[in-house]
Design a protein around this ligand. Structure first.
Ligand code: SF4
Length: 348
């Protein structure tokens, strides 16, 4: 019999599950606290449970292992990148970024990604599988344990498209913000999507307070299609309407992410189109000078050009920032460390 993934049980679910196996519901409360507050990694650590119950849990359930395969600490800024190995040998990446306002962790939501965005290293190897809620939570838990640092913000912007793993992602958000667990405010959780329209609309109705970050990356349909295959399925106008709907339903202002690629989407025409696309919207635009990826021929615009572009947008009334570059010396772009690791394995 396959053991059940106990960390993926929500609070109420775990209470019911304990009742189902003949235990008192308060045992569920104790176990949830061990798993999601004290971040226990073994049943043997749950010292307020009887030995008999720990043995029973051991026989029926598993606490999925997330082992650290590599850890890179940036010399340039307070950023660390982690490569984790999952129980089935899959590799995923997570990043810890320390800011004045607290620690932020960027997690992966899938192993690989099927969205195929051209500027993205995660897309190169294709999609392997979805992550479970426990594997998403586990990245944050592991980083807290490894570094001793409390995580206050979470961004789901690593490898994978969270809205392509909708149910697991939704459960993850609910568990991460549950008062019986790490209790991270939903306002401190951001999910990045490449624009899966039906799921943006569905998410808008879930009663959550998370921030939606839309990967825009181009100012018109044609260019967006060139950079992001998903744009062929969902037109830019539909994507923008879904973001408006998300704002209307949740009151949360969306962020638009725009990777700046030299000579591709950083010209005067792009600025003009961006202004007409965003001016009437209550939103924030985040410019991200693209991290060069070994397998792609995209170039990053120099800092001066990026600043000039930002100034032009600002003058035209757009609320815009340039994302501060983090961890460029430690394979900062999502998917890069994982790919490098896979390449090194192949060469062996
Ligand atoms: S940018 Fe995001 S959605 Fe696009 S391929 Fe990369 S991981 Fe997938």
């Amino acid at each position: 019999m396959d053991k059940k993934d106990i960390v993926s049980f929500g609070y109420e679910e775990l209470l019911l599950e304990m009742e189902r196996i003949g235990e008192k519901p308060f045992r569920g409360k104790q176990i949830y606290s061990w798993l999601h507050e004290k971040l226990a990694e073994e049943f043997s650590q749950m010292t307020n449970l009887s030995v008999a119950l720990r043995e029973k849990l051991e026989a029926m359930y598993e606490i999925k292992k997330i082992s650290m395969a590599a850890r890179r600490i940036s010399k340039k800024d307070p950023t660390e990148k982690f490569l984790f190995e999952l129980g089935d040998g899959s590799m995923i990446e997570s990043v810890l970024m320390k800011y004045d306002y607290g620690n932020s962790v960027c997690i992966s939501s899938q192993v690989g990604c099927r969205m195929g965005c051209r500027f993205c290293a995660s897309a190169i190897g294709g999609f392997e599988r979805n992550l479970t809620p426990s594997e998403m939570l586990g990245q944050i838990y592991r980083i807290q344990k490894l570094t001793g640092e409390r995580v206050s913000n979470v961004v789901v912007m690593g490898t994978g498209e969270p809205l392509d793993n909708y149910d697991n992602f939704l459960k993850f958000v609910k568990m991460l913000s549950d008062s019986h667990g790490l209790h991270i405010s939903q306002r401190n959780i951001t999910a990045s999507t490449c624009g899966i329209v039906p799921n943006i609309r569905r998410l808008a109705k879930e009663g959550l307070q998370i921030t939606l970050a839309l990967s825009l990356h181009a100012s018109n349909q044609e260019k967006r299609e060139e950079l992001m295959p998903i744009a062929k399925k969902y037109e830019l106008s539909e994507v923008m309407a879904a973001c408006d709907y998300y704002f209307k339903e949740t009151g949360r202002r969306p962020t638009f992410e725009y990777s700046l690629v030299k000579g591709v989407n950083d010209g005067a025409k792009d600025v003009k189109e961006l202004v007409s696309l965003l001016l009437e919207r209550n939103c924030h635009l985040n410019l991200i000078p693209v991290n060069p990826v070994k397998e792609r021929d995209f170039e990053r615009p120099d800092r001066k050009n990026a600043l000039a572009l930002k100034n032009k947008l600002e003058k035209n009334g757009i609320n815009v920032t340039i994302r501060r570059e983090r961890g460029s010396d430690i394979d900062g772009a999502c998917g890069q460390l994982r790919r490098r690791y896979a390449d090194a394995k192949k060469e062996k």
